[in-house]
Design a protein around this ligand. Structure first.
Ligand code: S3P
Length: 479
């Protein structure tokens, strides 16, 4: 059971931590690309109880580092996610000229070089598993007079980068070399000044939008991104926080789309960034508390940005008992504590227009759906095929391995639950994907037989304290 002890002056768990009753369990995961896989097994047991604060939001953490690099003066960050993905972005910022120091847990300072002040990195920018870090940084390099080579692990090397390179080429960036189909390793040479463009994103992707806007920072004029469906807006919000002029208008049918116009060549000034807890990480203890009978868990300080909480909306439609408590402002975002109690869930239809607000949460929603009574239909999941793994296939394989009735119909995932725990007993192939690993470990906390994932190492890219956090709540997960 996780207990908040009197030892903490604030009385709250620190970011990414649940203060476990049994400290010997506090083993964090670490990413290792050259050692043996780290299999993990989850088994059902006692109800989950306690409070936790998930780690800092990954999207905001990447952007805090990057905007710190592009600013004049100091940026101080509180609550940074110290996962492997963000540490890779920090390393890349350092290689491009920023001075970066860690002041304490989650507390970092970035001394920026300003727009136009970047230098060529001395070696390859290795982004490991990080799609967001690499794509956002391609936008930075693609708009500035620097040359840099991007690379990553076996997962990143499979991911499509053409969607980022196409607009950057229009903005004056040269792709010096690339792997077939626009994959890393690839080398970009940015222009002295970027060309301001108007770009309609071909798929709803905050990464594409952000890369174009970051390149547009060095363009003499207005760079406009038009998206048919609104995606997470952290780049727009944070650009404003650092001093840029960004105009956002609602467009399209039902006002679902957005037009974002950035005035180029601003002077960005370093500032303070407080990173709220990541709703995409909160999703795992949240679904665990819903499916393990008798559980009651409080998840503190979770960011409630409307473009990020599609999972919570969906779970509430399914009958989940989730209370939003103590809503408040932190770091320019609304945050809340979520009190979650085990619930009887029912199947629902999840409309495609909700996908951008819960794009990373479908694997764990599929797990919730496996425990629900009736059919859950998740529509329009094509973007899941190009995440850290082909998540649609990986989720379907994991459901199959654990006896859950389901269908993949085109880009839709249909899960049939009967309101009781699925058999479990399977081993899930995670394909270097942190969210596949965490989703199926959550499943194993409530299935009839234990669930094993073949490798939990990548969990450290986004939620390094996942294991002690879940163990601290009483979840039986072991290596
Ligand atoms: C992210 C955007 C999303 C999401 C990723 C983080 C971001 O990707 O899946 O984990 O921080 O911009 P897409 O924009 O490609 O959908």
């Amino acid at each position: 059971m996780c207990m908040i002890t009197g030892a903490a002056a604030s009385g709250l768990p620190r970011p990414g931590e649940c203060r476990p009753a049994r400290p010997e369990l506090k083993k964090q995961l670490s990413v290792s690309h050259d050692s043996a896989p780290q299999p993990l097994t989850a088994s059902s047991g006692a109800p989950l109880r306690g409070a936790l604060r998930p780690p800092g939001d990954k999207s905001i953490s990447h952007r805090a580092m990057i905007l710190g690099l592009l600013s004049i003066g100091e940026t101080r960050v509180e609550g940074l996610l110290e996962g492997d993905d963000v540490l890779r972005t920090a390393e890349a910022c350092r290689a491009l000229g920023a001075g970066i120091d860690r002041l304490g847990e989650g507390r970092w300072v970035v001394r920026g070089v300003g727009i136009g002040g970047l230098g060529d990195p001395a070696s390859v920018l290795d982004f490991g598993n990080a799609g967001t870090g690499s794509r956002l940084m391609m936008g930075v390099v693609g708009g500035q007079p620097v040359t840099a080579t991007f690379d990553g692990d076996a997962s990143l090397r499979k991911r499509p980068m053409r969607r980022i390179l196409d607009p950057l080429v229009r903005m004056g960036c040269e792709v010096v070399s690339e792997e077939e189909g626009g994959r890393v390793p690839l080398t970009l040479r940015g222009p002295r000044e970027a060309i301001p463009i108007t770009y309609e994103t071909p798929v709803a992707s905050a990464q594409i939008k952000s890369a174009v806007l970051f390149a547009g920072l060095n363009a003499p004029g207005i760079t406009t991104v038009i998206e048919a469906a609104a995606t997470r807006d952290h780049t727009e919000r944070m650009l404003r926080l650092f001093g840029a002029e960004v105009a956002v208008t609602k467009t399209g049918e039902g006002g679902h789309g957005r037009t974002v116009a950035l005035t180029g060549q601003p002077i960005l000034r370093g500032t303070d960034v407080v990173v709220p807890a990541d709703p995409s990480s909160a999703a795992f203890p949240l679904v665990a508390a819903l499916i393990v009978p008798g559980s009651e868990v409080t998840i503190e300080g979770v960011m409630m940005n409307p473009l990020r909480i599609g999972l919570i909306t969906t779970l509430i439609e399914m009958g989940a008992d989730i209370e939003r408590l103590r809503e408040r402002e932190e770091g320019g975002e609304t945050v809340a504590d979520l009190r979650v109690r085990a619930s009887r869930l029912r199947g629902v239809e999840v409309p495609p227009e909700r996908a951008p607000s819960m794009i990373d949460e479908y694997p764990v929603l599929a797990v919730a759906a496996a425990f629900a009574e009736g059919t859950t239909r998740m529509i329009g999941l094509h973007e899941l095929r190009v995440k850290e793994s082909d998540r649609l296939a990986a989720v379907a394989d994991g459901l199959r391995a654990n006896g859950v009735a389901h269908l993949v119909e085109g880009d839709d995932l249909v899960v049939h639950g009967n309101g009781s725990p699925p058999p479990g007993g399977g081993t899930v192939a995670t394909h270097l994907d942190h969210r596949i690993a965490m989703a199926f470990l959550v499943m194993g906390l409530a299935t009839e037989r234990p669930v094993t994932v073949d490798d939990g190492a990548m969990i450290a890219t986004s939620f390094p304290s996942f294991l002690p956090t879940m163990q601290g709540l009483g979840g039986a997960i072991a290596g």
